[in-house]
Ligand binder design. Structure first.
Ligand SMILES: NC(=O)c1ccc[n+]([C@@H]2O[C@H](COP(=O)([O-])OP(=O)(O)OC[C@H]3O[C@@H](n4cnc5c(N)ncnc54)[C@H](O)[C@@H]3O)[C@@H](O)[C@H]2O)c1
Length: 255
């Protein structure tokens, strides 16, 4: 798909994998809307990128805020790309050491942001993209979701996170099939361990150990590599209905 001159929306675009995606798409001549609940970081990034990016504050769990962000993203150029990077993680076991069951509120919170948030953006963005003029092969656009290898190799303490990311993996094929009628593709990336602010909370020793456990390359993933994959997904029209692991062949052990 020709993406130069099109508009894109990137949730979680103020930080980490989303920020790298914003930078890559802006460099490709895309008119990018950063959608995040962190206004300080989002506005600073938009300012740095100048005319090629703007910031819209929105919480992906709120459909009315997502609808507003989608409308603003497609204001001056046709919206063709929506990337779901907003996400949260918690560490909580099915039962605590004293046998207390997992807090259902914490479970719902993670599902709400990672799964319902992705659903909100996917459905609202697809609706907007479906109204744009078709390009070659009747293609109108693409939606890229972010799952995690925890959807497949969930570790101890990842009950909620893995459930939310498994849901994102599960939505990929039916969404691609639903949206084939309007020429919108759906592809999900399942990252391994990436060097983002999410992981920066860990001490350097723990981050080095995580990197050393990856078969090759023996380091944490670089956010620019994620941004590069999003760019490739957007431009390669044959990619659809697939979940792509981006993990250096990492298969997570139980803990
Ligand atoms: N970093 C990794 O190793 C890794 C691995 C696998 C999957 N992922 C996934 O990649 C995505 C991006 O992670 P990251 O490492 O860049 O994290 P990050 O914390 O750097 O960025 C996440 C961004 O999402 C935003 N956000 C959170 N909740 C939101 C909400 N309700 N509405 C709007 N914005 C919200 C945050 O403000 C933040 O800017 C997440 O879905 C995460 O689960 C990350």
């Amino acid at each position: 798909m020709e993406i130069s001159g099109a508009a894109a929306l990137v949730t979680g675009g103020a930080s980490g994998l989303g920020e790298a995606t914003v930078r890559r798409l802006a460099a490709a001549g895309v008119d990018v809307t950063i959608v995040d609940r962190n206004a300080d970081l989002g506005e600073a990034l938009a300012k740095e990128l100048g005319g090629s990016a703007k910031f819209v504050s929105a919480d992906v769990t709120k459909p009315e805020e997502v609808a507003e962000a989608v409308a603003l993203a497609g204001e001056s150029s046709p919206l063709r790309i929506a990337v779901n990077c907003a996400g949260v993680g918690i560490a909580m076991r099915s039962i605590a050491k004293d046998g207390t069951p997992h807090d259902p509120g914490a479970f719902r919170f993670v599902l709400d942001v990672n799964l319902i948030g992705t659903f909100n953006v996917l459905t609202h963005a697809a609706s907007a993209i479906s109204k744009t003029d078709p390009l070659e092969d009747n293609e109108r656009g693409v939606i890229v979701n972010t799952a995690s290898i925890a959807a497949f190799d969930g570790q101890i303490g990842q009950l909620a996170y893995s459930a939310s990311k498994g849901g994102v993996v599960g939505m990929t094929l039916p969404a691609a099939r639903d949206l084939s009628a309007v020429g919108v593709r759906v592809v999900t990336i399942a990252p391994g361990t990436f060097d983002t602010p999410m992981l920066a909370l860990l001490p350097q020793e723990a981050r080095d150990a995580l990197g050393a456990g990856i078969p090759f390359p023996k380091r944490l993933g670089k956010p620019v590599e994620f941004g590069e994959l999003v760019h490739s997904i957007a431009t390669i029209s044959a990619l659809n209905g697939e979940v792509i692991r981006l993990d250096g062949a990492l298969r997570m052990p139980p803990k």
